[in-house]
Design a protein around this ligand. Structure first.
Ligand SMILES: NC(=O)c1ccc[n+]([C@@H]2O[C@H](COP(=O)([O-])OP(=O)(O)OC[C@H]3O[C@@H](n4cnc5c(N)ncnc54)[C@H](O)[C@@H]3O)[C@@H](O)[C@H]2O)c1
Length: 337
C-alpha cells in the first residue's frame, strides 16, 4: 500500500511518525507542499519522495493523507476519490456541514475507505471514560462540563499564520479546535438536539472567535456545557478537563488527552483512577482494535472495510458546530438540530 501526503506540516509529521510506530506495512510515496523547505524536511525524515505538484502525489499512491490547511480539504478530497484513492482527511473537513456532507458522499460513491483526524476516538482516556459512563451501574448521564483551553495557535510550536486567516481556516477555536470536543460529547453522551452558544473575539481577528461557550441538550435528556478558549498563556498549550455526572457515578478526564488520569467516584463511595500504561491497558480491552489512528486506517484499507471514525462521524460534529455558530450569530438564540 503506497501512501502519499498533501501537506508536510505539523499534523502530517505526526501521522508519518504514527504510521511508523504502528508497524503498518506501507510504501512511502510522494509528498507535496507549496512550502518546498517543509516538503524536503518531511521527505528526509520519513522516506517519502518530494513531488512538484498535488497531481504527482495522487499519481504516486493508493491512499493519501490530506494534511493541508482547511480550505483545501474539499477540493483535494474530491480529486483523490475521483482517482479511487483511499483518503485520510484532517479535521475540520470543511468550513460547513453541507460541504463536509458532500465530501462524505463523494468518498462513499467512490467506494474508498475514508477516515477523519478526530483522533480522540482512539484515546485511552476517552475510551475508558466512555466505558465508565455507559456502564449500567453508573445510571444515566445527567450533565457534562467540557472545558478546552489552548494558547491561540498562531504562535508557539504551532507556528502557523493561517489559523489567523479566515479564508484558510474558516473560523476560530470552535471549528478549528473544539470540533474534537463536540465529537467527544457525542461519543460520551449521545446525539445533540438543541444548542445555544455565544462567541467572543478578544484578539480582534476577523471571523476568528477566541471564545466559544455553548449550552447543549442531548436526545437522552442530558444537558452539557462546552467552553473553548484561545488565550495567550503559552504555559497552557492544549488542556482539556471533562466532568461527567451520571446518576450514580462521577467521572473526570484531565491531564493528558491520551494518558489521563481518568478518575471516578460511585454512589457507594468506591473511587478509582487510571493513568498512563494502566489506563492504556484497560482501554485496550474496550476498544475495537488499535489505539493508533494510522494503524487503523491502513488496516481498514487492507481489509477493504470502513475505518473508524469515518467522514460521517465528522459530518455529525460539523452539524452541531454549524448550529452553535448560527446560535451565536443570533446572540445565543436556541437552535434545534
Ligand atoms: N487532528 C488533530 O489533532 C490536528 C492537529 C493539528 C492540526 N490539525 C489539522 O490539520 C490541518 C493542518 O494543520 P497543521 O497544524 O499541520 O498546519 P501546518 O501549517 O503545520 O501545515 C499545513 C501545511 O499545508 C500546506 N499546504 C497548504 N495548501 C496545500 C496544498 N494545496 N497542497 C499541499 N500542501 C498544502 C502548507 O504549506 C503547510 O505547510 C488543519 O486542517 C488542522 O486543523 C489536526
Amino acid at each position: 500500500m503506497r501512501i502519499g501526503f498533501l501537506g508536510a506540516g505539523l499534523i502530517a509529521t505526526y501521522h508519518s511518525k504514527s504510521l511508523r510506530h504502528s508497524g503498518a506495512d506501507v510504501v512511502r510515496a510522494g509528498v507535496f507542499d507549496p512550502d518546498g523547505e517543509r516538503a524536503h524536511a518531511f521527505a528526509a525524515a520519513s522516506g517519502h519522495t518530494v513531488c512538484a505538484s498535488e497531481a504527482e502525489v495522487l499519481d504516486s499512491c493508493d491512499a493519501v493523507y490530506i494534511c493541508t490547511w482547511t480550505n483545501e480539504h474539499p477540493r483535494l478530497l474530491a480529486e483523490a476519490v475521483a482517482r479511487g484513492l483511499h483518503v485520510f482527511c484532517e479535521k475540520p473537513l470543511a468550513f460547513t456541514a453541507d460541504e463536509a456532507q458532500q465530501m462524505a458522499e463523494q468518498a462513499d460513491a467512490a467506494g474508498v475507505t475514508h477516515q477523519v483526524g478526530l483522533v480522540l476516538r482512539r484515546s485511552p482516556a476517552y475510551v475508558w471514560a466512555h466505558h465508565l459512563v455507559t456502564d449500567p451501574a453508573a445510571g444515566r448521564v445527567m450533565t457534562v462540563v467540557f472545558r478546552d483551553d489552548q494558547f491561540i495557535p498562531i504562535q508557539g510550536h504551532y507556528a502557523s499564520t493561517w489559523r489567523g486567516q479566515r479564508e484558510l481556516v474558516g473560523a476560530g477555536t470552535l471549528l478549528e479546535h473544539s470540533i474534537h470536543d463536540v465529537d467527544m460529547l457525542r461519543y460520551l453522551v449521545g446525539d445533540v438536539t438543541r444548542v445555544s452558544a455565544q462567541t467572543a473575539f478578544f484578539h480582534e481577528l476577523d471571523g476568528i472567535e477566541d471564545v466559544a461557550t455553548a449550552s447543549l441538550r442531548f436526545a437522552n435528556g442530558a444537558t452539557g456545557v462546552l467552553n473553548s478558549v484561545w488565550h495567550d498563556n503559552l504555559a497552557r498549550p492544549s488542556l482539556r478537563r471533562v466532568e461527567i455526572f451520571c446518576e450514580r457515578r462521577h467521572v473526570v478526564i484531565e491531564g493528558d488527552d491520551w494518558f489521563g488520569p481518568v478518575s471516578w467516584t460511585d454512589a457507594d463511595g468506591t473511587t478509582g483512577s487510571l493513568e498512563g500504561e494502566a489506563l492504556s491497558a484497560a482501554a485496550d480491552t474496550m476498544r475495537d482494535g488499535t489505539d493508533n489512528p494510522d494503524g487503523e486506517f491502513v488496516r481498514a484499507v487492507q481489509e477493504g472495510r470502513r475505518a473508524t471514525p469515518d467522514l460521517h462521524a465528522a459530518v455529525a460534529a460539523h452539524r452541531i458546530v454549524d448550529a452553535m455558530y448560527a446560535s451565536a450569530a443570533a446572540d445565543g438564540q436556541l437552535v434545534v438540530l
